[in-house]
Write a protein that binds this ligand. Structure first.
Ligand SMILES: Cc1ncc(COP(=O)(O)O)c(C=O)c1O
Length: 349
């Protein structure tokens, strides 16, 4: 017998990518940034007065919201912060989706979305991406009466950018909240941030985990009209962003140029790696992210295990439509060159 709610007892829960401790791997499995965060973060950490930790943090993470507002052109009341963007997704579920209602989400996409529906005791409405992993024109109709429709753009694990005209069409037709998860947008050519201003039902969420090299800190933010932010603020934990994270996250955001330089390097490495993998016979989806979605000429699952044995961790999803692929995070150019070398050897064996 389980003491948990029925909807919790019957699910496995979300399984994050491995953070193994057994040996040193070239870690290309959880889309972390291979470069350190801005030196401004290190300076802020050194200057932080640890005795302040006896106090609670400012509950709304105002300094972070101001930094986001200054960098991206919004007033702070358009911004809410989360303990990573995963926290914001949970806040969204609890704000917009009743138990027994349905969550709409694109598929294949971030595998957390259906789990969040399960946790909420909500139903699933998966809107299938087409063969190019794009949203269909009638996606709003397919999402139907769902109160919340989450899409990742760039998509994960496929890496491609969704068509903005289609997203705009969905925003105008869909009756619920359209949530655009832009976790990887700094590695892409365009963002949908302006849709928050155009449409009252659009939320764009972002994270400092990837492009700002701060996965260990846990900081994300979402931008939307103040009416939506107001409702989400009622749901979030009072102090969901700790004091140190507020200080360090603000320092990172205020040095956005450093992040952009890193993102540029990663994009260049991504394109070089894609060319090499294509030469090895992989089919590759166009990537607007810091990872590569590759369909190797041999069984992906077997290659995943053999790569791990050789010290290279990538991600494999045993799920419909994506089980023939490997998702490979873009590391440093040295890591990627050695990865391609080993990958080539495994394909030859
Ligand atoms: C599409 C997508 N959204 C959100 C997240 C979560 O990021 P965070 O570290 O901000 O919780 C991830 C992490 O892998 C992701 O792939």
């Amino acid at each position: 017998m389980s003491y948990a709610r029925e909807c919790i007892g019957r699910i496995a829960g979300y399984v994050p990518g491995e953070q193994p401790q057994d040996r040193k791997y070239v870690k290309l499995n959880t889309n972390e940034n291979p470069y350190p965060p801005s030196p401004a973060v290190g300076a802020a950490l050194r200057e932080f007065d640890w005795t302040r930790l006896r106090l609670y943090p400012e509950p709304s993470a105002l300094m972070v919201r101001k930094a986001v507002g200054d960098v991206y052109g919004f007033e702070p009341d358009w911004v809410i912060c989360g303990n990573g963007s995963d926290d914001l997704l949970t806040i969204a579920m609890r704000t917009f989706v009743d138990q027994g209602a349905v969550l709409a989400y694109s598929e294949p996409s971030y595998s957390l979305y259906p789990v969040l529906a399960d946790l909420q005791g909500a139903g699933h409405r998966a809107v299938a991406l087409d063969d190019s992993f794009q949203l269909p024109e009638n996606a709003a109709e397919l999402a139907g009466d769902a109160p919340l429709f989450i899409v990742a753009n760039p998509n994960a694990p496929t890496g491609n950018l969704l068509d903005k005209a289609t997203l705009r069409k969905i925003a105008s037709e869909f009756k619920g909240v359209l949530w655009i998860d832009e976790a990887y947008v700094d590695f892409a050519d365009e963002s949908c941030l302006e849709l928050c201003k155009e449409f009252k039902n659009v939320v764009v969420s972002r994270t400092l985990s990837k492009s700002f090299s701060l996965a260990g800190l846990r900081l994300g933010y979402a931008v939307a009209s103040p009416e939506l932010i107001f409702e989400m603020n009622k749901v979030k934990d009072s102090y969901n962003i700790d004091m140190l994270t507020q200080v360090l996250g603000t320092a990172a955001l205020r040095d956005v140029a450093y992040m952009e330089e890193n993102a540029k390097r990663i994009r260049a490495t991504r394109e070089a790696t894609i060319s090499s993998l294509k030469r090895l016979g992989c089919e590759i989806e166009p990537s607007a992210s810091n990872f590569i979605f590759a369909r190797p000429p041999k069984a992906a699952e077997d290659l995943f295990h053999r790569l791990k044995a050789r010290g290279y961790l990538v991600r494999y999803f045993k799920l419909p439509r994506v089980s023939d692929y490997l998702r490979i995070t873009v590391g440093t150019s040295e890591d990627m060159e050695s990865f391609v070398g080993v990958f080539g050897e495994l394909l030859d064996e």
